[in-house]
Design a protein around this ligand. Structure first.
Ligand code: CTP
Length: 418
């Protein structure tokens, strides 16, 4: 993907052992299509050399406000005006305190202070957002001064990307590690996505369900969960709070998404019913098993040597989507329900019939065997008015289009909660 194509990011490094992660982050940003201008404080240069950052960013690194390479000798103005965002990673406790007080005694803090807060001023055509990835010892992180600074920086319009938890370079364990480069990359990409679902709560089901035959065997299907996970990520990127009810899959939870792991269709139904009380949008992508074993055994079924096979009986599982679509909140328009249909043939006819059977305003059809386990898909949107094709693309790209489409529908029908 090239999710940061056309974005110019000023990557600021302040002093901290996490500077070693900034090298990887720089590469990741560039791999995603961004151009990166590195600015380092003197303290950062104690941890990683400008040579490394120059080689990775393919641009000279700036460190001094007296840098004569700029014709007007104003690197703090020039560098900040061309940026789409300034990202300080790592941001030390000291640097946070500096930002808070508007101190400007080195190039990086000077540049942050000089960045345009609003667009349209003389010479500035856009605001330049500031994002920080704090990194420090757990005691420094927990200190009231740091927490106070963080709260005030948020009020001042800075986006704080949070910290990780775990072993720290100092040997202690706790909160305060800088987030991993891959996590920061996801956060930056999310930052630039349009916030079309700000304030909404999205509930997504994903993956297969697993219906036990006995404690060691069960029936499941080939759903990888990738489409549902991509939709959860896209909804979070769009500013929604997202709950993802996932069947047994080994996919990492998208950043910022609350995940509830379930096994069977019954488990999934219970989790969904609770969450559907507060959600505004329900997207059911899970490949829920149609039947479960009625006579499942509490103990492992053993061969008895006679060649006899166990006689399994089945009972139909509840239809999660159909029952949520019948709920008062869905019927009154407080909850917008979207179904998926995994078909193997006659996609249009099957999807249209399924939409009516499930009682949902929007059903998204796809050809199961062409998409299960893959990173690409092609979708057919079916509603009461007609159909719309989303041609083959990555599941994340399709998910972003689908989320934008759902937001449009809700806005058109006045279904957005305030
Ligand atoms: N679904 C559900 N609960 C079920 C079965 C399906 O919530 N017990 C949801 C799926 O998550 C999907 C939609 O219903 O959003 C359609 O699922 P699909 O398996 O394609 O349809 P089925 O109802 O199983 O119909 P059929 O077997 O005839 O294709």
């Amino acid at each position: 993907m090239n999710d940061l194509a056309g974005k110019h990011i000023v990557l600021g490094l302040s002093g901290g052992i996490a500077c070693y992660k900034a090298a990887e982050l720089c590469r990741a940003l560039i791999k995603e299509g961004a151009t990166v201008q590195v600015v380092m404080t003197e303290a950062a240069e104690q941890f990683i050399t400008p040579v490394t950052m120059q080689a990775l960013s393919n641009r000279p690194v700036y460190g001094s406000q007296w840098d004569a390479r700029e014709p007007n000798n104003m690197p703090h103005i020039n560098l900040s005006r061309e940026a789409d965002a300034i990202l300080i990673a790592p941001c030390s406790a000291d640097f946070m305190a500096k930002l808070l007080h508007g101190r400007a005694d080195d190039l990086l803090s000077l540049m942050c202070l000089a960045r345009p807060l609003t667009g349209g001023g003389s010479g500035n055509d856009k605001a330049v957002p500031l994002l920080i990835a704090p990194a420090m010892n757990r005691e420094m992180w927990a200190h009231p001064a740091t927490q106070r600074n963080m709260a005030q920086l948020t009020l001042d319009g800075t986006t704080i990307l949070g910290v990780g938890t775990g072993d720290q370079a100092c040997g202690e364990t706790g909160d305060g590690r800088m987030l991993e480069p891959a996590e920061l990359l996801q956060d930056i990409i999310a930052f630039f996505q349009p916030k079309v679902l700000a304030g909404q709560h999205v509930l997504v089901t994903a993956g297969p369900t697993y219906e036990a035959i006995d404690p060691v065997r069960g029936i499941t299907n080939l759903s990888s969960g990738k489409m549902g996970f991509a939709i959860a990520r896209a909804a979070h990127e769009a500013g929604a709070s997202v709950t993802l009810v996932a069947g047994p899959v080994h996919l990492p939870t998208p950043r910022g998404v609350a995940r509830i792991n379930v096994k069977s269709a019954q488990n999934m139904l219970e989790a969904v019913v609770g969450c559907a009380q507060v959600a505004n949008i329900f997207v059911a992508t899970a490949a829920v098993a149609d039947w479960r074993v009625a006579n499942s055994s509490d103990h492992k079924i053993k061969k008895d040597g006679s060649g006899a096979v166990p006689a399994l009986q089945f009972v139909e599982n509840p239809d999660i989507l159909a029952s949520v679509a019948q709920s008062p909140r869905a019927q009154s328009g407080e909850l917008f329900c979207v179904g998926f249909a995994a078909e193997s043939q006659d996609l249009l006819a099957n999807a249209q019939a399924k939409r009516l059977r499930k009682g949902v305003p929007l059903l998204v059809g796809n050809i199961g065997p062409d998409t299960f386990g893959q990173d690409n898909n092609a979708l057919l949107l079916v509603d009461a008015q007609g159909t719309q094709d989303f041609p083959r693309a990555s599941k994340l790209a399709l998910s972003r289009k689908l989320i934008a489409n759902i937001a449009c529908r809700m806005r058109a029908t006045g279904q957005f909660s305030s």
